[in-house]
Design a protein around this ligand. Structure first.
Ligand SMILES: [Zn+2]
Length: 517
């Protein structure tokens, strides 16, 4: 026993010494080599997106993804666990199939919205109806009984399914201008009419449900070919489906022409009661300063219109890959490396806000946090988030990064603190140095963000590889830095929009029990 212990001590000391002996240049070169020649990104993306699928909070698929992450870390020799921070409405998506059944048969591209009630075993078949042009809320209340037994179309019909860049390429200038003016006028009239009903696009579903509608059809175009945003239903009993722009436009024109189209909605989701919800936390303990932390951060949940590949599968696999590389090349970091895969970012940064609230010691010991959550692109922007001395330490760490990974990065110092948008903001609000590694867009906002097209094929692996290597180097530098980072806050300037002095965001509590109202 004694001999064994001695061997272990000698072995650990040896490891420490070899790590110490390594220069920064050698470590950076090793990280680059491991990240390039032994990349696990494609395999991780397959496991998370294709095999596991979307990660909507409260679904069994979210839980299985958490378990997969824990097991993957363990296979790399990294400790990891799922930490419960709250509960959520349990729900599981089922088969969605929507067809026009009258006056002819056509299968539609459509999907049930998140947490939408089921359409039952037999589905719902009914005539479609559009919202009327209405003078005021009284007139709308008088019209409402018309929805009884009907499926109500609650989105504006788009005048074109072609994205603007396609018009720009092919239309005459005059025709492009005319289309935009007409569309703007339609949108304005639609919004005014919605206001006249006394409801908003958020609240009208419940009113239609209460008046006896049997289902709701929407089409939330994302201004790209075939791309729709898929959010939550907002009803208690009747199903809500999103129909592609193409199918929705056709049905809408048929209603307007008096063709009385009927559709059949199959939507076989399951309600699963109240279920626990988690963050996955992985840790590589620090050897010299174990109570100081460098956190790799990316939300783990997604919306479920597709598989959440760029929101935030790519951020997730970036952090997992960086952790894998570091564990292999830098297994005994000076400070503790913690990887946070947060739950329910999409409903208000809930997982990370809970972590900040529950772990004041870790927040206090935070050396730096790196978050990535805006798509698959190379990192091109880093802001100092309003920390006065961020320029010193972020600048120092970036110096160690080879040009190939940083020559497109624009830095802003001291910058302004992010009030939301992603999980770094939960830490910034607590005064802790947390930063966003902000990506090149790759048409994120129109094509993949919260859409039905956010899938594996949109991942640009070379860019994600860059980001994993960049993150690993920054993490190494932040761990090794001889000094703890300063949290001194810059005096914030005047907000040009409001003309008032900007204020530092304040810490907020998460929703610990979601979707159960
Ligand atoms: Zn996101």
């Amino acid at each position: 026993m004694k001999k064994q212990l001695l061997f272990t001590i000698i072995f650990v000391l040896g490891l420490l010494l070899t790590t110490k002996a390594q220069t920064t240049e050698e470590m950076v070169a090793a990280i680059e080599k491991e990240g390039t020649e032994n990349s696990q990104l494609e395999e991780l993306a397959y496991q998370l997106m294709d095999f596991n699928g979307p990660r909507l909070v409260g679904t069994p698929e979210m839980k299985s993804a958490h378990d997969w992450a824990v097991n993957t870390y363990k296979s790399w020799g990294i400790d990891a666990e799922n930490q419960q921070w709250g509960t959520w409405k349990g729900w599981q998506r089922g088969i969605t199939h929507v067809d026009m059944v009258h006056p002819r048969v056509a299968s539609l591209h459509a999907t049930q919205l998140a947490w939408s009630p089921s359409a039952g075993k037999k589905g719902v078949t009914a005539e479609l109806i559009t919202l009327p042009t209405i003078q005021d809320s009284l007139a709308f209340a008088q019209w409402l009984p018309n929805v009884k037994g009907k499926i109500v179309m609650v989105s504006m019909m788009q005048p074109t399914g072609r994205p603007d860049d396609n018009w720009e390429e092919f239309a005459t200038e005059a025709s492009f201008k005319k289309m935009k003016e007409e569309r703007e006028a339609m949108e304005k009239a639609w919004d005014e009419n919605m206001k006249n009903t006394g409801y908003s696009s958020r609240t009208i579903n419940k009113a239609l449900e209460a008046a006896g509608a049997v289902a709701i059809a929407q089409s939330r175009w994302s201004r790209g070919f075939g791309a729709n945003k898929i959010f939550s239903a907002g009803t208690d009993k009747i199903p809500v489906v999103d129909i592609s722009l193409e199918g929705y436009g056709m049905l809408y024109r048929m209603v307007e022409h008096g063709a009385k189209p009927h559709i059949k909605i199959m939507a076989e989701s399951k309600e699963l009661g109240e279920v626990p919800t988690f963050n996955t936390i992985a840790t590589i303990p620090g050897t010299e300063l174990p109570d100081e932390y460098v956190i790799l951060s990316a939300h783990f949940d997604s919306w479920d219109g597709a598989t959440g590949a760029t929101d935030n599968g790519t951020g997730t696999i970036t952090m997992m890959e960086a952790a894998r590389i570091l564990k292999k090349l830098y297994p005994n970091p000076k400070r503790t490396i913690l990887i946070g895969h947060w739950g329910s970012e999409e409903q208000g940064l809930n997982g990370s806000r809970a972590f900040v609230e529950d772990n004041p010691k870790i927040v206090e010991g935070l050396q730096a946090l790196f978050n990535q959550d805006n798509g698959t692109g190379r990192v091109v922007r880093i802001s100092g988030q309003g920390f006065l001395h961020a320029y010193d330490y972020l600048g120092r760490w970036l110096e160690a990064v080879p040009d190939a990974y940083k020559n497109e990065i624009e830095t802003t110092f001291p910058g302004t603190p992010g009030g939301g948008g992603s999980d770094y903001a939960s830490f910034v609000a607590a005064g802790a140095p947390a930063f966003s590694l902000s990506s090149l867009s790759w048409a994120y906002w129109n094509y993949t963000w919260h859409t039905n097209l956010d899938t594996y094929d949109k991942i640009v692996f070379d860019d994600v590889r860059n980001n994993a290597i960049l993150t690993a180097i920054l993490t190494y530098m932040a761990c090794e830095d001889p000094v703890k980072t300063s949290r001194e806050k810059a005096v914030l300037g005047i907000d040009p929009r409001t003309g008032e002095q900007r204020e530092w965001p304040s810490q907020r509590s998460p929703t610990r029990k979601g979707g159960m109202d």
